[in-house]
Design a protein. Sequence first.
Length: 50
Amino acid sequence: MIIKNTKIPVELVLEKLGHGYSLETLLEAYPNLTTEQIQACLLFASDNVK
């Protein structure tokens, strides 16, 4: 699954967060990404493990 309006996979964001990347680091590394999109990735993961 790809984050809307980007070419960034949700899995990539979740993996980076799991490896300890901060929100700030992700936003710097992927300038097209927003805080809201990162939060949506976390909610997506949460919904899928329920």
